[in-house]
Design a protein around this ligand. Structure first.
Ligand code: NAD
Ligand code: AKB
Length: 317
């Protein structure tokens, strides 16, 4: 039986992953954890929760032992924009936290899922249909920790037999929790502002293409990869995955199909624009499709319809 520890469970992904996995595997089998003292009231609070700072290995080990954990989904991290403002914190949480998780997993013989990111690529990477195996020389601290993390996960698989698996997520778009300090966050905020004020000022410039994905597909990617036949996995850490690629204009055009008066203006933030410029325009996710059947369900318009409907309900509009 699966006994899963999710670190960083109160963030954008964890908020939805915990609830989805509890539905599939049983509430008692999914242990949510985060550095924050408690989950917010609601679905997340209806199940086991532990305070775990991933920079403290003994805390991770204690929870793994207490619950008999055999799989760790490691989501605790500092994202790209915050990572540029606080590079030491990003290194400590992203690199040391992952090292601690892998060491505990080695001892406990637990499998580990760790998300990498499009941030693992840099300006020297082919930007269009970026191949699975290519140049990875990122220019952000976040990206450095993502490449380091991919290599560390490979190392623990090759040297210690830890069942490590991961994907390179693009920007994730969701309505349940707000994103936590990334560069792609504009693609979430735009939906809130379109509904509330019918206008949005983008800090990412016109013509800047990045890969994106709706959260239900991201959750499927995690569970499908962790259920995949290990004999078919050539890449493990980490698979390119994507669902769509757009710039702010294309996203605004999709929103205008449902809110015709929506207006988009720009006030470009040089830091986040610089990060976005260093990332690919679009990924080639053939390896994920071939090795474990990756096949996202949501394109841009399907996501826009659902995001607007869900946010209307959430915001009471
Ligand atoms: P998030 O910022 O929303 O959540 C991260 C969580 O980690 C927060 O709840 C935070 O409290 C917690 N945390 C921070 N420091 C901690 C520590 N020392 N110990 C324990 N918990 C700590 O992030 P997310 O968007 O849910 O991302 C999860 C993972 O997915 C990260 O590895 C991120 O790099 C990756 N990823 C996310 C996206 C995206 O668009 N959301 C895209 C690519 C990759
Ligand atoms: C960020 O913008 O930092 C994240 C990511 C793509 O890794 N959303």
């Amino acid at each position: 039986m699966k006994k899963v520890l999710i670190t960083g469970a109160l963030g954008q992904i964890g908020t939805e992953l915990v609830v989805a996995m509890r539905r599939t595997y049983g509430t008692a089998n999914i242990i949510a954890s985060d550095i924050q003292p408690s989950p917010p009231a609601g679905a997340l609070a209806e199940g086991p929760y532990a305070v775990v700072d991933v920079t403290a290995p003994e805390k991770i080990a204690a929870v793994v032992q207490r619950y008999g954990i055999n799989q760790i989904i490691h989501l605790a991290a500092i994202l790209s924009a915050t990572g540029e403002a606080k590079p030491k914190l990003a290194w400590d949480v992203n690199m040391c936290g992952l090292f601690n998780v892998l060491e505990v997993a080695r001892e406990a013989k637990a499998a580990v899922f760790t998300p990498s990111s499009i941030a693992a690529f840099g300006p020297g990477t082919p930007p269009d249909r970026t191949p699975q195996d290519t140049i990875q020389r990122p220019t952000t601290m976040y990206g450095v920790t993502k490449v380091g993390g991919e290599l560390l996960c490979d190392y623990y698989f090759l040297k210690h037999g830890v069942d490590t698996r991961g994907v390179r997520f693009p920007g994730l778009i969701s309505y349940a929790a707000l994103p936590g300090g990334g560069t792609t966050d504009y693609a979430v905020h735009i939906y809130y502002e379109a509904l509330k004020h019918k206008t949005y000022t983008s800090y990412i410039g016109k013509g800047t293409f990045m890969d994106m994905m709706y959260m239900p597909d991201a959750l499927d990617a995690i569970t499908q990869l962790m259920e995949a036949d290990p004999d078919r996995l050539v890449h493990r850490n980490a698979f390119n995955v994507t669902a769509m690629s757009f710039d702010p204009e294309i996203l605004a055009a999709s929103i205008r199909k449902y809110i015709p008066e929506f207006a988009l203006t720009y006030n470009v933030d040089p830091v986040r624009q610089g990060i976005a410029n260093s990332w690919p325009n679009s990924l080639d996710d053939t390896a994920a499709r071939e090795e474990w059947g990756w096949n996202p369900r949501y394109d841009l318009d399907a996501m826009t319809v659902d995001m607007l409907a869900q946010l209307k309900r959430k915001l009471g509009l």
